[in-house]
Design a protein around this ligand. Structure first.
Ligand code: SAM
Length: 318
């Protein structure tokens, strides 16, 4: 003889009584697919708040739904994880029967407009705050976080050369995102400052050496950067050929330097050899040194900067 539950009625009967009401089944149909507030449910079902709240309470008491707080309102959804297998089977039967009824179909149309209204509310926020967004973004996250994030585009397996690394700013920006950085400079003082800045990174190797004879093996680098270095070099073409030696075929080069300018005083003050580079000049020396796919883009000037305009050039090792 099958065992009889002496104390309570079988759970399925409780489930049946929770679902044995058209409104509760319609509510469940809605909450099966969407998270909704009481107000939204009232609008969709076209019922007063007291009626909807009473049904929500009954459904929550029998664990068919759960609520989550968001801001000042509660969002209700069907709590599928809390349901036993018998309740899930029962629900799929009820859903099949109630789903195509005219009232439920009407509810589905109304819920679509509630969703559209939610989308337009968030669009409204962005269009009304577009003018303020820049200020809000700076206030919340600062002006430059995206610059720190963009090197994440680099391949994490890369070994990158920061050639003429100076005090190591580019190395510091790259190190969190790539496997290895080899930072080279000819100046002991610059390397000393770089050592201080970069001591937190375990994947940066500082090497003293000349760009004309890099202390790096052939084809060791996946990518290299020459940042604000080229204008110091009497023979940039031979340095680019040396860079081509240490970059793997297919590897990337990134050059940042000045656009042509007329500040003659930089020659004496800072030892500049070149007063910037024209696009034609740079394209030619990159090609002749073994690089293809040259792309040169002027950088938009920082409002606080006093120096000449800069460009970024990228190229691929043949
Ligand atoms: C203007 S600093 C730029 C430093 C760094 N790349 C940056 O963006 O801040 C130029 C650096 O190139 C190095 N440099 C210039 N000519 C060099 C050469 N022929 N060999 C090695 N290093 C050189 C200098 O020592 C200096 O640190």
């Amino acid at each position: 003889m099958p065992a009889i539950r002496a104390s309570a009625s079988p759970a399925i009967l409780d489930h049946l009584s929770a679902l044995a009401d058209t409104t509760r089944s319609r509510i469940l149909l809605l909450l099966d697919r969407h998270e909704l507030t009481v107000t939204e449910l009232c609008g969709i079902l076209q019922l007063p708040q007291s009626t909807v709240s009473r049904h929500l309470k009954a459904l929550a008491d029998s664990a068919w739904i759960a609520a989550r707080a968001e801001g000042t309102s509660n969002l209700y959804a069907m709590s599928r994880d809390g349901l036993d297998p018998a309740a899930r089977r029962l629900w799929s039967l009820v859903r099949e029967q109630v789903g195509p009824t005219p009232a439920a179909l009407q509810d589905q149309r109304r819920v679509q407009s509630v969703m559209a209204e939610r989308r337009s509310k968030s669009q409204e926020f962005f269009s009304s705050s577009a003018g303020q967004w820049d200020r809000l973004r700076d206030e919340m996250f600062g002006e430059r976080f995206h610059l720190g994030a963009l090197p994440a585009f680099a391949d994490p397996a890369w070994t990158v050369g920061d050639l003429g690394c100076g005090t190591g700013q580019a190395s510091a920006a790259l190190a969190p995102f790539v496997a290895h950085v080899i930072a080279v400079d000819g100046s002991a003082a610059m390397l000393q400052a770089a050592k201080k800045r970069l001591s937190v990174f375990a994947n940066i190797e500082l090497r003293r050496g000349e760009l004309e004879a890099l202390p790096i093996d052939d084809a060791r680098l996946d990518a290299a950067t020459l940042m604000l270095v080229l204008h110091h070099l009497p023979d940039p073409e031979s340095v680019l050929a040396e860079v081509a030696r240490v970059v793997k075929p297919g590897g990337r080069l990134l050059v940042v330097d000045m656009l042509p300018h007329d500040r003659e005083s930089y020659r004496q003050q800072m030892g500049h050899v070149w007063l910037g580079f024209s696009e034609d000049h740079l394209r030619r020396i990159l090609r002749e040194s073994g690089f293809d796919d040259v792309r040169i883009v002027p950088l938009s000037p920082d409002a606080r900067s006093k120096g000449p305009g800069l460009f970024v050039a990228t190229a691929k090792r043949r």
